[in-house]
Design a protein around this ligand. Structure first.
Ligand code: 13P
Ligand code: 13P
Ligand code: MG
Ligand code: MG
Length: 364
């Protein structure tokens, strides 16, 4: 049996209404484009979180396949046309270039891909988040793959006891570094605790070397040299049989953590786990959302999805997220609700500074 590749590629190509959701016409168009790909794909699903359109594809072409990336790119272009026709908000927002050159990396769409030998049973979770950044997955991935208080399997499953290897990307310096857990736990935390710059890109099983998780780590702002849209991320995690159990993978989202990217990409708020139907951020364009779609793979076919956060067991997490949201909102335009200056997607500071320059009196 050849290996299977799971490619999750997403872009915001226009919001309905504002930045709150993806119009059904775009999803229909995306379905049509992927269906026309014929045997290139083994299977696919089209989904969304907030205003981000997600293509979930399985195939035999490996990661970074030009054919798969071109298919995704052309699908987003077709959906952009549809978005323009409906005058949706920010049509083509995440497409930074007009010409496709073999790989969508660096062109705007977010990409999370993994290739592996399908196990006798292969449960996976596709996470999709809106109004946040790739580093938003640092904390949950740390808990899933390194924290025994979250993941009992690290203690009691012989196939997980050796721990996991974390590959971390420095998005500013465009460099990557690898840490072996649990030995290098404190070193890892020095970096991933600063999620705007250091993002977990991959996690691997130390026992087998198999890939266990992957995150889209494109940062549109850094790619374009200025802020142009945002980088709402996707993440794929494999579960069970030497990987964390499904419930261990979902558990960190029961305590919503603070992430950057709310309102105008410039505010901090709680990451609220929700179902696909609840993934329409409208309270101050938020709060930030994360959806989890569960699939069983069967010879590459996607059996599912199961909408995992639709479980009432996550109601309390949602309630807590809303309380945190109220508390954070009281700060209005003040840090730490507003992002610190270097991370702001929008700022009037240079203009206001210039206009008031003469009123600043040098001290000492
Ligand atoms: P089962 O015994 O239902 O297979 O579950 C094992 C497991 O991983 C539950 O967390
Ligand atoms: P998106 O990045 O989801 O398009 O949101 C942009 C924004 O500024 C919402 O307030
Ligand atoms: Mg948008
Ligand atoms: Mg978005």
């Amino acid at each position: 049996m050849s290996k299977v590749t799971v490619s999750v590629i997403k872009a915001d190509v226009g919001g309905f209404v504002g930045h709150s959701s993806v119009h059904q016409a775009l999803k229909d168009r995306a379905e049509e484009c992927l269906r026309q790909a014929g045997t290139l794909l083994v299977d696919f699903r089209v989904s969304s979180v907030g205003d981000d359109l997600t293509l979930i594809m399985t195939h035999r072409q490996g990661v970074d396949s030009p054919a798969i990336h071109e298919l995704a790119w052309n699908t987003f272009l077709a959906c952009t046309e549809e978005a323009r026709r409906l005058k949706l908000y920010g049509a083509g927002q995440d497409l930074l270039s007009d010409a496709f050159a073999g790989n969508v990396r660096g062109m705007g769409p977010g990409v999370a891909e993994m290739e592996f030998e399908e196990r006798p049973s292969e449960p996976i979770v596709v996470f999709m988040a809106d109004k946040t950044e790739p580093g938003a997955f640092n904390l949950p991935l740390y808990r899933i793959f390194a924290d025994p208080f979250n993941t009992s399997g690290l203690v009691i499953d012989p196939k997980m006891h050796a721990g996991f290897r974390f590959e971390v990307m420095d998005v500013r310096e465009k460099a990557q570094v690898t840490f072996d857990l649990p030995e290098e736990l404190y070193d890892l935390l020095v970096f991933i605790g600063a999620p705007s710059r250091f993002c977990i890109k991959h996690v691997f099983s130390k026992e087998t070397g198999d890939v266990a998780a992957v995150v889209s780590t494109q940062r549109l702002s850094l790619m374009a040299g200025r802020y142009v849209g945002k980088d709402d991320p996707v993440c794929v995690v494999r579960c069970q049989s030497g990987m964390p159990a499904l419930g261990e993978v979902l558990e960190p989202f029961a305590r919503p953590h603070l992430v950057a990217g709310w309102m105008r990409g410039s505010h901090v708020g709680p990451l609220m786990p929700c179902s696909v139907a609840q993934a329409t951020p409208t309270r101050f364009d938020g709060p930030p959302r994360v959806v989890a779609l569960g699939f069983q793979l069967a010879e590459g076919r996607l059996v599912g999805p199961q909408d995992l956060f639709a479980d009432p067991a996550f109601d309390r997490a949602r309630q807590l997220a809303l309380e945190i949201a109220d508390y954070m909102r009281q700060h209005g335009p003040f840090e730490p609700h507003r992002l610190h200056l270097e991370e702001m997607e929008y700022t009037t500071m240079p203009e206001v500074m210039k206009r008031l320059a003469g009123r600043f009196v040098p001290l000492g």
